[in-house]
Design a protein around this ligand. Structure first.
Ligand SMILES: Nc1nc2c(ncn2[C@@H]2O[C@H](COP(=O)(O)OP(=O)(O)OP(=O)(O)O)[C@@H](O)[C@H]2O)c(=O)[nH]1
Ligand SMILES: [Mg+2]
Length: 228
């Protein structure tokens, strides 16, 4: 009985945390009203930072990056080498970014000058699923080196995504990645979600992903102009 009461209390606390996060995410939507904000999520090391670097090199969006990690500012330093602003959020023990720490981070950016804010979430396939950040697009990466079945094992995160990126495709043959199997699993879990196959090493597939983002930015601008 006592244990049940304890579980209820934890559930109640969790619901309150999510509610508060959703309120902050709504405020972020206002901050992001004139630009496209994307939230990149994946397991650690799936290639988020490298994809961001390639995207910046191959495209002409006026961009900035917010990057979340448990510790270090290595990723922000790497992204600044491409000469765009990058703000590192270190979360300590927290396995995801939340809307409030994103709000604080974007406070350091000149949002009025930007078209694209890329948020690189903490590498984790579970925690980021529940936390919305005020983003326009949620994008989940799975690298070929992780195997084909990530979407079956972590359906909550994949179901929350607007698009999926299969990353490190240049390594597919080396790790015997079964593309057809991976696509079949994805179509079981997220049949309507677009899938991009990208090698950030060779830049193969970057153009299609860029076109997807450009189209989303145009659609947002159009909606905004119609709502004024
Ligand atoms: N061959 C190959 N290696 C890649 C590719 N993308 C990333 N890598 C390598 O994979 C490793 C991890 O890449 P990151 O971009 O740091 O991955 P991440 O998802 O940002 O990692 P965390 O921030 O730690 O979660 C690095 O050694 C990259 O050089 C790719 O397309 N092809
Ligand atoms: Mg990274």
């Amino acid at each position: 009985m006592c244990e049940l009461a304890g579980h209820r209390e934890i559930l109640y606390l969790h619901q309150n945390v999510l509610k508060k996060n959703n309120q902050s995410a709504e405020k972020n939507r206002t901050l992001f009203r004139n630009l496209l904000a994307i939230n990149l999520m994946s397991a650690p090391g799936a290639g988020k930072t490298t994809l961001i670097q390639q995207l910046i090199k191959h495209t002409h969006f006026r961009s900035a990056v917010v990057v979340g990690d448990l510790a270090t500012d290595h990723d922000a330093q790497q992204i600044r080498q491409t000469e765009i602003p990058a703000v590192q959020v270190t979360t300590g023990n927290l396995c995801h970014l939340d809307a409030e720490n994103v709000a604080r981070a974007v406070g350091e950016l000149e949002l009025a000058t930007l078209e694209l804010v890329i948020i690189e979430n903490v590498g984790n396939l579970v925690c980021p699923a529940m936390y919305h950040l005020g983003e326009d697009l949620r994008i989940v990466l799975m690298s070929v080196t992780e195997g084909e079945n990530k979407s079956l094992k972590y359906p909550t995160l994949f179901k929350s995504a607007d698009a999926v990126v299969i990353s490190k495709t240049d390594l597919a043959a080396a790790v015997d990645f079964d593309r057809e199997k991976a696509l079949a699993y994805l179509s079981q879990v997220v049949p309507q979600t677009p899938v991009f196959e990208i090698s950030a090493r060779s830049a193969k597939g970057i153009d299609a992903f860029h076109a997807y983002l450009a189209q989303a930015l145009e659609a947002k601008r159009l909606l905004r102009s119609l709502s004024i």
